[in-house]
Design a protein around this ligand. Structure first.
Ligand code: NI
Length: 269
């Protein structure tokens, strides 16, 4: 595997999971922009066979280095981010995991059973990051029970291993090189933004401002029938230079905490 293969494969799956993404991407292209990815994000659980370090492996093997670590106490998550040193055109990789020991016995049991039944061969390959849900069949009742406790757990139950979001680097845009302009363009074209904590997360003094769409609704086949649920979202990030003049490259936990909510359940109007 090389990075082009990995990111192309993730992108093709991602634009199927979130049909709005390609429309937004094309909107930028039609405006004469070139879209560079600031980061992509994965979600997982803290089981040793599938945790952050396991998902990071293919990226580490291709030269990525671990950079920041983040804690989200209220959501029972931790995250790490990785970068390819010396290549600002390759996206950062942001991987979070649910801390199962902080979760209810129901969440622990649901995931432990599926994890134990999953073929070890599937878990040990570099293809794990593309492999989708751990579950061979999905229950809408289980999805809703998970959701009552953790939207993150419910999302991971259905969608599993794939890009949860890609992120447009606002710094790389020419005409729309400001997050306010990006948000205006999106809203003018009918896209809904995640407004939890305000449309723009972070301030210029945080050195990172982010916004995101709310996840598209897709139809999923559950054992009880087909239901519409939120899938993946598209994010936008503008970075600012620190006192040494270097663009800030990390993440801001309190902003990311709100961005996670882009996949919260909602119903189409
Ligand atoms: Ni993100």
């Amino acid at each position: 595997m090389n990075l082009t293969y990995i990111f192309d494969h993730l992108w093709m799956d991602y634009i199927i999971q979130n049909p709005s993404v390609l429309n937004i991407y094309n909107l930028f292209i039609d405006e004469g922009e070139k879209v560079v990815n600031d980061h992509i994000a994965f979600r997982t659980l803290d089981f040793p066979g599938i945790n952050i370090d396991v998902l990071a492996k293919p990226f580490i093997e291709l030269g990525y280095s671990p950079m920041g670590e983040y804690v989200f106490n209220d959501k029972h998550l931790i995250a790490k981010h990785y970068e390819l040193p010396g290549d600002s055109l390759q996206p950062r990789v942001f991987i979070s995991q649910l801390i199962l020991s902080d979760c209810s016995p129901f969440i622990q049991k649901t995931f432990r059973e599926a994890f134990e039944m999953t073929d070890r061969n599937k878990l040990s390959t570099d293809e794990l990051i593309f492999s989708g849900t751990l579950f061979s069949s999905l229950s809408y009742d289980v999805y809703n029970l998970l959701r009552e406790e953790s939207e993150y757990a419910a999302w991971f139950y259905v969608f599993g291993f794939r890009a949860n979001h890609f992120t447009v680097s606002v710094n790389s845009l020419k005409k729309f090189n400001n997050i306010l302009k990006v948000n205006e363009l999106l809203k003018k074209n009918g896209f809904s933004l995640n407004s939890s904590g305000g449309e723009i997360k972070g301030t210029t003094s945080d050195l990172l401002q982010q916004s995101s769409t709310i996840a598209d609704i897709v139809t999923i086949k559950f054992i009880e029938g087909s239901y519409e649920i939120p899938s993946c979202y598209y994010e936008f990030a503008q970075r600012y230079p620190d006192s040494n003049g270097n663009l800030y490259s990390g993440f801001i936990a309190k902003s990311a905490d709100k961005i996670f909510e882009s996949t919260n359940f909602y119903k189409k109007d």
